[in-house]
Write a protein that binds this ligand. Structure first.
Ligand SMILES: [Zn+2]
Ligand SMILES: [Zn+2]
Length: 443
């Protein structure tokens, strides 16, 4: 029987993947998708939107999922101030079986791109303070969305190779640690089925393009923002004894607080305490009434985080007491923002590694070193009750990375205006790894 070439091509393109994944068929399908993946990436890279402003991006992601046959629920999410968020979930049901959730984030950063790339972002927008700012996908959430849509396509096109339910979740406002919380606050798992696992990935210049990295346990830290305000008594700069100087108290606190990490936390438990802002005063010869310090605290577990917070509180109060500050003028300490650590489920991490080694080859799979950055994906795990499986997607130029290891000079990483992911083969690597991992969990 004769078949036209076009019919043969169509047959190959829709041939189901075998249940034993990965297969050469998966690689073939992803490779054929490369031009479309690259086009999606470049389109998204040129059109970044700030956190909470992801109007066009979320509409694009929702449309693409609908075209692939997913049932999309859009406009999921409510921020703490009551305003609506632009989260969405595309659901694909394919018989009885487990439910898995695959997550991407959608927002970009107030960074003016200076990579000089031909497809560099030229977008400007107004930030919440009303200022005009450059906007850039400097955290690579464009990479995440491109991979995410590629995975959605592979899963939709190979329904013979898996069974269960896939939920493709796109969240807004990751950079301000608000989007995942907003979706949970809007009863996410009443509106779509509660998944058995949450899967995620993030790009990074710490690993070469074409590789991934994972590990069991913490991948990212908890982050706690703290403000400490010392209340002194203002005076003329020439008569400090007539007042109580909050700048001296603040300076004392900055130095003393470093000993919380070095002297009060066991050396095996990593922790960071950084004072990033210190605001006080208006004029050289005036002792101000107040001094406010902004801190970020990082840790991989709750006891360590608690030691940091308690230590900051004790140290601030002790410094004020040493300067004879009255009991009703002790420092004001507030915690406006806090995330939990991102912890990879050990059994999922093991399956992920196995799948990645079989799909990409052992030389393309690294063991991830935890970092002190933070993420809001753990909020989607419903207080840690749903296991998380996550990997880093390498996007660094291999030669530049080797040179950086040799010289000790770091590459521009995420959030830098110079961050320029080598998006191929990263995109195909991401789609292959996440698709194979998802299908393995959907057997
Ligand atoms: Zn980021
Ligand atoms: Zn990010």
């Amino acid at each position: 029987m004769l078949r036209s070439f076009a019919a043969l091509v169509a047959l190959v393109a829709t041939a189901p993947l075998s249940a034993q994944l990965p297969t050469p068929e998966l690689k073939k399908q992803v490779e054929a998708m490369r031009p479309a993946l690259d086009a999606t990436y470049l389109q998204l890279h040129r059109a970044p939107e700030l956190s909470r402003q992801e109007v066009k991006t979320s509409a694009f992601v929702a449309d693409e999922l609908k075209k692939l046959g997913y049932t999309v629920t859009a406009h999921i999410g409510r921020y703490e101030d009551g305003s609506p968020a632009l989260g969405l979930v595309g659901v694909l049901k394919n018989g009885a079986g487990p439910t898995i959730l695959i997550r991407t984030d959608m927002d970009a950063l107030p960074v003016t791109e200076s990579t000089g790339l031909p497809y560099a972002s030229k977008v400007h927008a107004t930030n919440p303070q009303g200022q005009d700012v450059g906007v850039m996908h400097a955290c690579g959430h464009d990479t995440h969305m491109s991979v995410f849509l590629g995975v959605a396509k592979i899963l939709a096109g190979n329904r013979g190779a898996w069974h269960g339910t896939v939920e493709m979740l796109a969240q807004p406002a990751e950079e301000v640690i608000a989007g995942a919380k907003a979706m949970m606050a809007d009863r996410l798992y009443d509106r779509v089925p509660r998944p058995a696992v949450v899967l995620d990935m993030h790009d990074t210049n710490n690993y070469a393009t074409g590789t991934i990295a994972t590990a069991p346990g913490p991948l990212l830290a908890s982050s706690t923002s703290v403000y400490v305000t010392f209340h002194g008594i203002g005076a003329h700069g020439s008569t400090p004894a007539n007042g109580k100087d909050p700048i001296v108290m603040g300076a004392e606190f900055v130095v003393l607080a470093q000993a919380i990490v070095s002297r009060q936390i066991p050396a095996q438990n990593p922790a960071v305490l950084t004072v990033g802002t210190f605001h006080a005063g208006t004029k050289n010869n005036i002792i101000p009434d107040d001094a406010t310090l902004g801190l970020t605290l990082r840790a991989y577990d709750e006891p360590t985080r608690k030691t940091l917070v308690d230590g900051v509180t004790r140290t601030a109060n002790a410094v004020a007491a040493a300067y004879n500050v009255a009991a009703d003028k002790m420092p004001t300490i507030t915690i406006p923002e806090q995330t939990v650590p991102t912890v990879n489920d050990a059994s999922l991490a093991a399956k992920l590694r196995e799948t990645a080694v079989a799909t990409l080859g052992a030389d393309k799979v690294e063991t991830a070193t935890p970092i002190m950055g933070s993420e809001d994906v753990p909020f989607l795990t419903d207080n840690g009750s749903i296991p998380l499986g996550m990997f880093w997607l390498g996007v660094a130029d291999p030669a530049a990375l080797a040179e950086s290891h040799r010289t000790g000079k770091p590459l521009p990483n995420i959030h830098s205006p110079l961050f320029a992911p080598v998006y191929e083969p990263a995109l195909t690597t991401g789609v292959e790894t996440m698709s194979a991992f998802a299908m393995r969990l959907l057997q």
